[in-house]
Design a protein around this ligand. Structure first.
Ligand code: GLN
Ligand code: ZN
Length: 749
């Protein structure tokens, strides 16, 4: 049964296409502009393009089933028949059922969307209950395997492994334990394996990244049992269990204690794996797939260091293959499209396509002992360092991260703002219309001059302010029409950042972002948001919130430099934001929101690493926000509801008001906040903006009642889950109307 794995592989590849073709096709399908067949034709062409690129690069172990119309967790849910009854009974086509689970339909909210480990990719959380009937549905994996074979590519279908699948699932009512269903689910994976083997599949890749986090002994024992059972399937492909994003800990010996043929370890995010492999004893008969090329950052690999690590692994196991540390889903497709980048930056970069070359090169070098590696890069140019910023950082004291006492601040703010109970607000952005996108694009392309551009954006700000006044919102926003992606927006105005032209990365579903690249010291060249915000404030008496993106989020959604600790880079960004907060305040802005939606996603997966991270993350936020007076109200916004380990850190941010996602999880989050004694303002989202569905007035009232049972109304804010930029005006107007009416109704009681 043991067929050789090959020398080089990637764990996955971007599926969006070089020019986001998938996004365009999927959105055209949703809008009814193309039919299912046309969508499928585009998808098949994109898959072919990837396989051909990987093959032509010389990769000799090529994955398939890494394509997805929306998300690979959702695909796996479909592959094991975990389609919740509420979607199955809609009677839609298979494809439309799939999209209904992803996006919701009028009658049914979507599955919950949450971050994929510590990345900025979001997956859909499968719902698994005691009575979920699993059933193998190998159609997608088979189709892709056959498509690749038609191109002459013998591929390795990839699925999320059964243990990780269940660990990332939840019960539909929030109760129960999906993981208890592992034995049943393993039966279905056994069926899948048999079917794939029948079709000629030689290798499968089962991803078990959940095991790089903290796992209980029982969960690790269950993993071992699951793979022993899968290996006992009589007619099956050889099994490659891929892990990534960190160190495996006790799960490594457990996996080695099963007959699986290959195991993948991340040697970039989990350098400890090397030590662990060494102490695991001789790895006879196993293939180790060494994740040596960083799948999450854009810097060229230090090939000499990688070879050294690879050589250590080679000394331990019979077979070693080189791979990326994780799927290349997390990096842009191809550097060759970037012709405008500063050559000093560009020569240091590698995107997905270039990383494939690195993997191939390393695979060959490891096998053949070649020493003809490209020359290492010279040291970074001196112009990337900024003495002023470095001096300010060195002079920081604890008081620079400390505001006045909260009761005092709250009183001063209320005296200035006179807000009603249950104040209503939004998270910042208003819908990004085609007109706005066109205006921004024309401005960038030089077809629209500064004056015209500003005039158009101001018109939009005026419209958004009037709309909010008409709707009766209490704290207004300017609507962020000038921003595409918020981190990109700030990155373009800070030194030390480079922007790409085509460096798109999938964030969720059809949504892609273009993360900037931080290559040098960060400094603010000039005020960044003051003009837009003060213009908006000049149009209304109600307070307009200044809108900034926090240091942790700016780092999380950028590709960060690898030559200094993230803590230092975060403080550099924080200083720039601190200056911005002060300028906003001086210009008369009374409320400033500093978004930190990414605080949790970059939390290290291992407990041992979390404390240090949270310390610098909280410190950077406080550095950014502590420069203002007591009567300036600081808000923060977080886009998730499962706080877990970060809950005390959220409290430690010391923001006056925290808005959080809550509607998909039905306000559970408030109990968690109450439990740790959080005592400042909180705005649990009462409208799930990830779905086009409009919440009814009654729903909002109900959500607020639930919230008011836990949080005293004096501290409760009323707002959506997140910004509105992906929504359309009809939904926005209707939903905000319900939201304001609900707040008004509750104020009367
Ligand atoms: N202010 C931002 C917006 O409304 C916040 C976005 C976010 O949290 N991701 O778009
Ligand atoms: Zn958000």
């Amino acid at each position: 049964m043991n067929t050789a794995f090959g020398q080089s592989t990637v764990l996955g590849y971007p599926r969006i296409g070089r020019n986001r073709e998938l996004k365009k096709a999927v959105e055209a399908y949703w809008a009814g502009h193309i039919d299912a067949e046309e969508l499928e034709t585009t998808a098949a062409a994109l898959r072919r393009e990837v396989w051909q690129a990987l093959r032509d690069a010389g990769l000799d172990a090529i994955p398939s089933n890494t394509f997805s119309y929306y998300d690979h967790m959702l695909d796996t849910a479909v592959a094991v028949g975990a389609i919740p009854r509420r979607f199955a009974r809609l009677g839609l086509s298979e494809l439309n059922t799939y999209f209904a689970m992803a996006r919701g339909v009028d009658a049914e909210p979507a599955l919950e969307l949450t971050k994929w480990f510590d990345t900025n990719y979001h997956y859909l959380v499968p719902e698994v209950d005691g009575d979920t009937v699993f059933a193998a549905n190998p159609a997608k994996a088979l189709r892709e395997y056959r498509e690749a074979r038609d191109l002459g590519v013998e591929s390795r279908p990839v699925l999320v492994g059964p243990a990780t699948f269940l660990l990332l699932s939840k019960a539909s009512d929030g109760g129960g334990q999906p993981f208890d269903r592992l034995p049943d689910l393993v039966d279905v994976y056994a069926d899948l394996l048999r079917t794939l083997a029948d079709a000629g599949v030689r290798w499968v890749q089962l991803d078990e990244p959940a095991y790089v986090g903290e796992r209980s002994e029982a969960e690790i024992a269950a993993l071992r049992d699951a793979y022993r059972r899968l290996c006992a399937v009589e007619q099956r492909p050889t099994i490659f269990v891929a892990t990534y994003f960190g160190t495996l800990g006790d799960a490594l010996p457990a996996l080695l204690d099963t007959p699986i043929e290959a195991i993948g370890v991340d040697l970039v995010a989990g350098p400890g794996n090397l030590r662990q492999l060494a102490s695991a004893g001789p790895l006879r008969g196993k293939t180790i797939v060494a994740g040596l090329v960083d799948g999450r950052n854009v810097w060229r690999t230090d090939l000499r260091a990688a070879i050294t690590a690879g050589a250590v692994v080679t000394g331990l196991a019979d077979h070693v293959a080189v791979s990326t540390s994780c799927s290349l889903l997390h990096v842009p497709v191809d550097l060759s499209a970037e012709t405008a980048l500063d050559p000093d930056v560009r020569q240091r970069l590698a995107f997905a396509r270039q990383k494939v070359d690195e993997v191939v090169l390393l695979g060959r070098a490891l096998r053949n002992g070649t020493t003809s590696l490209p020359a290492p890069l010279p040291a970074s140019p001196a112009s990337w360092y900024d003495a002023t910023v470095r001096g300010r950082l060195a002079a920081l004291r604890a008081a620079d991260r400390q505001r006045g006492a909260y009761p005092q601040r709250a009183a001063a703010q209320q005296a200035r703002l006179h807000l009603p109970a249950l104040p209503t607000t939004t998270i910042g952005s208003f819908p990004q219309t085609d007109e706005l996108r066109r205006a921004r694009a024309a401005y960038r392309a030089g077809q629209l001059d500064e004056v015209d551009y500003t005039r158009r954006m101001r018109l939009e700000v005026g419209r958004v302010i009037r709309l909010q006044e008409r709707l009766g919102l209490d704290v207004l926003v300017h609507g962020e029409p000038e921003r595409n992606d918020m981190v990109q927006y700030f990155g373009e105005q800070l030194s030390g950042f480079a922007a790409t032209e085509y460096g798109w990365v999938q964030s969720y579903g059809s949504r892609c972002v273009r993360p900037p690249i931080i290559y040098g010291d960060v400094a603010r060249k000039a005020p960044m948001t003051v003009e837009w915000t003060t213009y908006a404030q000049s149009l209304t008496d109600r307070p307009v919130k200044g809108m900034l993106t926090g240091p942790v989020t700016i780092l999380a959604w950028s590709f960060v430099r690898a030559d200094q600790p993230s803590a230092d880079t975060a403080d550099q960004v924080a200083l720039a934001l601190r200056d911005e907060c002060r300028d906003l305040e001086a210009a008369g802005i009374r409320v400033i929101q500093v978004d930190e939606p990414a605080l949790r996603e970059t939390l290290p997966l291992r407990r041992a690493d979390q404390k240090a991270y949270l310390e610098w993350a909280v410190g950077a936020f406080r550095l950014a926000t502590s420069g203002v007076a007591d009567d300036t109200q600081v808000h923060t916004h977080l886009c998730y509801s499962e706080f877990g380990e970060v809950i005390t850190a959220i409290d430690a941010l010391d923001a006056d008001v925290t808005s959080i996602e809550a509607s998909r999880s039905k306000m559970e989050v408030l109990d968690d906040l109450a439990a740790i004694g959080y005592h400042r303002g909180v705005g649990p989202g009462v409208w799930d903006i990830h779905s086009p569905r409009v919440p009814s007035h009654e729903e909002v009232v109900q959500a607020l009642r639930r919230a008011a049972a836990v949080v005293p109304v004096e501290r409760l804010w009323v707002n959506p889950d997140c910004g509105l930029k992906t929504r359309a005006y009809p939904e926005v107007k209707a939903s905000l109307q319900h939201l304001v009416a609900a707040a008004v109704e509750l104020r009367g009681h």
